[in-house]
Design a protein around this ligand. Structure first.
Ligand SMILES: [Zn+2]
Ligand SMILES: [Zn+2]
Length: 443
């Protein structure tokens, strides 16, 4: 089928080139694409012979990205893949038409690269932009449709990059820093904290016209980690806009993201990926608990792990910070029970007021408990009885291969028809164990 489409595309020319597929390769694989945040990296201006260099550049930038807070702490939430798209010619276009510098800063050039990446976008020399947006979109659709974030690396050593839908960077010595800065724009819609020009002034997580420290959107950080309310300039539009920090990566390369930008990125990570990637047993139907049940979550853990996991049965908190919970039937009420696992990321990187509610993750199970079912089956280790006094009652049968610890003082199995103690069952001589068959065993 794929061959047919390719042939068809070839016959009709470029209009159907959207069906073209390219080799993809994983650079960071933390799991299921449908559950994690997928960064896809495209190269532009790399010829077929330069694809190994593209992979190396992409790997180096990936390694750097995940050394920067808060991407570092949330690396487990991401996959990174590359799509190897060969350009006919090497490098970025440079029309030498910028008006912010004395052109030509570097020689004018017009290589036949795949995504039309060019310097001098909007007459700004360092603005490096892939101009063939439809081509980028079609390559993504045909090769990696389940992406969340795109990074385009352009094979030029000249300083440049851009944000927008596709974070773009050259391979200048500052490339790693440009890439992370541009991801700040593309991934989390952050503004520049330098004055980028009147047209870029807008309300965003790190830019506002609100000057009052008690009303500003980053008020929870005000006075902490050098966060304040700093005017962009003293005249014109610059006087109307404020930034949260004087030394943030959204202003200067080579410094950290400020606390406000870190929070914004962490919140976006939570918008895109739940820390709960799976759980067992399934909760689509009511569970029946005639004996103990094991419950488990699969979670994406930040490093260090800031997840708080709370298990609640019928509104009562049980245990905190375990991925698993062993539900003992002795803690159930007759009839319907609700077990809830709640996960909240207590990271200190976010002080968002909405975080505890918006980014609270719940799994809930309905459990039906009949104190006296027709049959009870108890197995080891889940139904082992570690201590105390326990009575297990069934209308008809009790079957046991569980172990009763010597710390259990008094254990009674009672049934209307039969009690079967099979190989594996054991009780110690410090426990009074009674197996009792009688009429009306549950009375
Ligand atoms: Zn230029
Ligand atoms: Zn910032």
């Amino acid at each position: 089928m794929k061959r047919y489409i390719l042939l068809f595309g070839w016959l009709l020319g470029a209009s159907l080139s959207f069906a073209q597929t390219f080799p993809t390769e994983s650079l960071l694989n933390n799991g299921d694409r449908s559950k994690l945040i997928n960064i896809v990296v495209l190269g532009d201006g790399y010829t077929a012979a330069q694809q190994d260099q593209f992979k190396t550049d992409a790997q180096n930038i990936t390694n750097y990205l995940f050394s920067v807070t808060p991407f570092k702490e949330y690396k487990n939430y991401f996959n990174v893949d590359i799509v190897k798209v060969p350009s006919n010619q090497s490098g970025a276009k440079h029309p030498a038409t910028a008006t912010d510098v004395n052109e030509p800063v570097i020689p004018a050039s017009n290589p036949d690269n795949y995504f039309g990446s060019t310097f001098d976008y909007a007459n700004i020399h360092r603005l490096l932009v892939p101009t063939k947006n439809a081509t980028v979109a079609s390559v993504l659709a045909s090769n990696f449709p389940d992406y969340d974030q795109v990074l385009i690396i352009v094979n030029s050593t000249e300083y440049g990059g851009s944000g927008g839908a596709y974070a773009t960077t050259s391979i200048n010595a500052s490339a790693f820093e440009i890439a992370v800065h541009e991801l700040g724009h593309s991934f989390s819609a952050l503004s520049d904290e330098y004055w980028a020009g009147d047209v870029y002034a807008r309300e965003s997580a790190n830019m506002t016209q609100q000057a009052n420290p008690s009303l500003v959107k980053w008020k929870n950080w005000y006075g902490l980690n050098s966060v304040g309310v700093f005017q962009h300039g003293t005249s014109g539009n610059q006087a109307l806009w404020y930034r949260p920090h004087q030394n943030c990566k959204m202003r200067f390369l080579g410094v950290n993201f400020c606390s406000v930008c870190r929070e914004s990125i962490v919140e976006q990570i939570h918008n895109l990926a739940s820390p709960i990637t799976g759980f067992s047993p399934a909760n689509s139907a009511t569970l029946t608990a005639n004996s103990n049940l094991n419950f488990a979550l699969s979670t994406l853990k930040p490093v260090p792990n800031t997840l708080e996991i709370t298990w609640t049965l019928n509104g009562n908190s049980l245990v905190t910070n375990n991925d698993t919970y062993l539900l003992n039937t002795s803690s159930l009420v007759s009839g319907s029970n609700t077990l809830v696992a709640k996960v909240i990321d207590k990271t200190t990187l976010s002080k968002s007021d909405t975080h505890p509610t918006t980014h609270q993750y719940l799994v809930s199970w309905n459990i039906q408990y009949t104190p006296c079912p027709d049959a009870i089956v108890m197995a080891s280790p889940i139904d082992n009885i570690p201590a105390g006094t326990t009575t297990k009652k069934a209308n008809k049968t009790v079957k046991a291969t569980n172990k009763i610890s010597g710390n259990a003082t008094n254990v009674i199995y009672r049934a209307g028809q039969a009690i079967t103690l099979e190989p594996g069952f054991s009780a110690e001589n410090t426990t009074i164990f009674t197996a009792e068959v009688k009429v009306n065993p549950c009375n």
